[in-house]
Design a protein around this ligand. Structure first.
Ligand code: C2E
Ligand code: MG
Ligand code: MG
Length: 624
């Protein structure tokens, strides 16, 4: 019997087990109790299982919620990072849908739109309204219509000077075109710097004129244009004549001011379409387009010469600058830009030789002469190396004693074929380069060597005059060279006379005077050669330490038949005498000329009438 039922019956029905009839009922009730208890147990069991499952499910859910929260946080961080990156690109980023509506932008993009667009104004409309060339946007739009997937890049120039560089590409989602992303970057500063660098590469810093690179470029274009239109152009090469003097005496700053002033004057004289460039130093090159007649060019060149020759006043002082101009023509002289400039340069050189402050047109004859000179220069180099130069001596006769007073050393070039080339044919060429210093040194050494031989041989001590070009005279090593040569051959300075011409006075006067004094103090004397043919002033004559004055031989030519020459020669001799200089008459070819100079009071004479310049051995015989 069920234990609970047994306890209840024991309590309420004492002696129930004796009641037979109740036994059956009690057994049934006891079964029901037992069954009930079993069901309860099952129910309890199942409740336990369910609750356990629920707890487990709850735990899983909790975990999932936590994971979700973490993912959400990560996502928020990524989005924030993306946005920060989007904002930090330094670019204006704008994203438009296919209809052209702005659907996304970074901070800078928003700021750009804010500055450009009025309220409710469409961004593209606003941008287009502020562009210098709005048609650019229109053509872009039509190009995108044809090919919406293409990438675009370029520059947008705004009316306020801003320049934005853009790159734009199609935006796709799952292979479907959804819009377009525009990245724009402000490159205004960059472009300005680029332009500045470009400008500096093609312009002269001092005058702001195009430099030679830009000149070549423009000349190239101009030639092509002329070729197409069957027209002519000219190149003018301008070189200032005495600019070096200003630079040396007044300093480079003053020289710069002169160049700026000259550039300004040239600019004011030329037409707008003509190109004026600074080629370097004191050289300017012009391109004159659309030339009709040579006469127009000549007129223009003369005008430019005149304009430059007007005195330039700086710091209250007037500078007198002149210019030499060479002109070459397209197509008659050449079709190559560099060759045209070179030929104009060549013609300029000719203008300089013609006495400066003038112009000269290029001619093929000039070119062949230049080529000849080039060849000559090359050969002269060789001649010096191979000792093909010889020194001749021309006696000078004292008009008091009729004896040889001294001699002038005159260089000769004896080429491989034994031909004697006169100095007039190579000295001017050598003067254009450092060659003249080499020649001068060579001659001086040969003269000292000859003097040393004659001194040792016991011939009477004779003086030798050596010619010195301005370039040699201004050479910084002149003094030491003279000194060491004299020492090397043990020669007294009083045995040397240096002949300089009036062209020396074109150099810096103070410097000339200083060098002359130094040489004079050594005991070497000076003669002013070819007087009357150049630029000497009486001031230079009396302020510089000359001992001799040589009358230029051209005035003694046919002096008895040519009254003008006679008048000049007479005056020159008189000037020399008044300044207490010994007067030397050179180029005496005949008796009447000799009589004339004697009568006028010249002290010394030199000329073919007495002797031609003689090789060393012949001269030696003479003085023995
Ligand atoms: P220069 O110094 O005036 O020399 C005098 C020139 O006149 C010489 O010409 C001489 O031969 C020439 N001569 C002399 N007597 C007569 C004459 O009676 N009639 C004529 N028609 N001519 C006469 P050369 O030797 O041809 O020299 C020419 C110039 O070359 C010289 O003129 C001088 O300026 C220059 N030269 C010569 N040798 C040298 C040198 O070693 N160094 C430099 N720097 N120049 C030199
Ligand atoms: Mg001379
Ligand atoms: Mg002379």
């Amino acid at each position: 019997m069920h234990s609970l039922l047994k306890r209840q019956i024991t309590r309420y029905l004492a002696g129930f087990d004796r009641i037979e009839e109740l036994q059956q009922l009690l057994s049934a009730v006891s079964d029901a109790y037992g069954q009930n208890e079993q069901e309860l147990e099952i129910l309890e069991n199942s409740l336990f299982v369910t609750s356990k499952e629920l707890n487990e499910r709850n735990d899983t859910l909790k975990q999932q919620v936590e994971e979700l929260a973490s993912i959400q946080q990560q996502l928020q961080q990524s989005v924030a990072m993306l946005k920060a990156t989007f904002d930090a690109t330094g670019e204006y980023i704008l994203v438009f849908d296919n209809e052209g509506n702005l659907i996304n932008q970074n901070q800078m993009g928003q700021a750009l739109i804010d500055t450009l667009a009025q309220k409710d104004e469409k961004p593209w409309h606003a941008i287009s309204g502020q562009l210098s060339y709005p048609e650019k946007l229109r053509s872009m739009a039509s190009s995108l219509k044809n090919d919406p997937l293409q990438d675009l890049e370029g520059h947008l120039e705004f009316k306020d000077g801003r320049i934005l560089e853009y790159h734009s590409s199609a935006q796709k989602q799952l292979d479907k075109l959804v819009g377009r992303v525009w990245c724009l970057r402000d490159v205004t500063e960059h472009k300005k710097n680029e332009e500045l660098i470009q400008y500096q590469a093609f312009h002269d810093a001092l005058t702001a004129l195009p430099n030679r690179h830009l000149l070549i470029d423009r000349l190239n274009h101009a030639i092509q244009l002329c070729h197409r239109n069957n027209k002519q152009l000219a190149v003018m090469f301008i070189d200032l004549d005495n600019f070096k003097k200003v630079n040396d005496s007044e300093g480079h700053e003053e020289g710069d001011r002169v160049l700026i002033e000259v550039a300004q004057r040239l600019r004011n004289t030329l037409r707008e379409q003509d190109t004026l460039s600074r080629h370097g130093g004191d050289e300017f090159v012009l391109i004159i387009e659309d030339v009709r007649h040579q006469a127009d060019l000549a007129q223009l060149a003369q005008k430019l010469c005149d304009v430059i020759a007007q005195p330039i006043t700086l710091k209250g002082r007037k500078h007198y600058i002149s210019s030499s101009i060479g002109i070459s023509n397209y197509p008659s002289d050449d079709a190559d830009p560099k060759a045209l400039i070179r030929k104009a340069d060549m013609a300029m050189y000719r203008a300089k030789k013609q006495g400066k402050n003038t112009y000269h047109f290029f001619s093929s004859d000039l070119e062949s002469r230049a080529l000849y000179q080039l060849e000559m220069e090359r050969e002269l180099h060789l001649a010096i190396e191979e000792e093909q130069l010889a020194v001749y001596f021309q006696p000078k006769i004292s008009l008091d004693t009729n004896e040889i007073y001294s001699a002038e050393a005159l260089v000769r070039w004896i080429d491989k074929q034994g031909r004697v080339i006169a100095p007039d044919q190579f000295i001017p060429l050598a003067e254009q380069s450092n060659l003249i210093n080499k020649i001068g040194h060579y001659v001086f050494d040969k003269v000292c060597k000859a003097l040393s031989d004659w001194n040792l041989a016991g011939y009477r001590h004779i003086c030798i005059a050596v010619n010195l070009s301005p370039r040699e005279f201004m050479d910084t090593e002149l003094l030491t060279r003279i000194q060491s040569c004299l020492e090397k051959h043990c020669i007294e300075p009083s045995q040397i006379i240096l002949e300089v011409t009036e062209s020396l006075f074109l150099e810096d006067k103070k410097q000339v005077s200083r060098i002359m004094q130094q040489i004079r103090e050594m005991g070497i004397r000076f003669a002013l050669d070819d007087f009357g043919s150049g630029y000497a002033s009486f001031d230079s004559l009396q302020s510089l330490p000359f001992d001799y004055l040589k009358v230029d031989k051209r005035f003694l030519k046919e002096v008895t038949e040519n009254p003008k020459n006679a008048a000049i020669a007479r005056s020159i001799i008189q000037v020399g005498k008044n300044l207490e200089l010994s007067v030397i008459a050179e180029g005496i070819e005949d008796e009447p000329a000799l009589e004339f100079v004697k009568k006028q009071g010249a002290d010394i004479a030199q000329g073919f009438y007495f002797h031609k310049p003689l090789p060393t051995n012949e001269f030696e015989v003479l003085i023995k």
